[in-house]
Design a protein around this ligand. Sequence first.
Ligand code: ATP
Length: 270
Amino acid sequence: ADVSGMEIDEKPAVSYDTIGGLEDQILEVKETVELSLKRPELFEKVGIEPPKGVLLYGPPGTGKTLLAKAAAHETNSTFIKIVASEFVKKYIGEGARLVREVFELAKEKAPSIIFIDEIDAVAAKRLKSSTSGDREVQRTLMQLLAELDGFENRGDIGIIGATNRPDILDPALLRPGRFDRFIEVPSPNEDGRREILKIHTSKMSLDKNVDLDIIANLTEGASGADLKAICTEAGMFAIREERIEVTEVDFIDAFDKIMVYDHEEEFKKE
Ligand code: ATP
């Protein structure tokens, strides 16, 4: 199948210890996605179907993709990622066919995890207006629902959806046997930020006065993706001044730069 616009990683290298501050979420992913891939016989013996779809929801850049990749890593599964919004834009008139092909590919490469990012792009509540674009999105959603209903989960395919707009999802998608498990992936709190900073500074050469507790405290509002960008930017400040060690001031300057930039982007959108 020729399916571009899709990312396939036969052996994702992400493990849970590269994810900071999401201990509860990791446990939930283990109990839902992983268990049915690793121990399908448990479900068979008890006589219930293993869960099919798990929905991760929360703000952008908080680690949803990381969680899905780590679950694939842990279960030796092929990781197949599609970004629903791009899918709809790129393949006008072909969204439904592509959904079919993704599921075929997942079966071929099983065990696999299908990760559908920005799932709201094809699964928003039905609109009253009906442009051809809306109808195309509808068809794609219908096919997705048909695939979810049609495949009997033998425990070799896991499906993870991600969205930062759970409120606009079509309830049809959330029925039992479809996406019926929900895991919230929130913005990190101070402890979470410290854990994430630890991960992203582990290979950095830090000045001895750098205190990650303080940086965690000062970076209120930063997501995991922001914190990663802040670490890189702090390193850039050091390089510009031809220093080898990154100082606390570099982190604070980086925070100002990254978060201001973020807000300007937001502003442009409005
Ligand atoms: P989106 O909703 O925008 O797709 P996401 O929730 O899927 O975002 P990721 O793609 O997982 O976010 O995160 C982007 C990058 O930010 C990651 O590759 C990682 O480097 C960093 N990151 C985000 N969250 C965490 C976290 N909890 N721990 C460590 N790194 C993180």
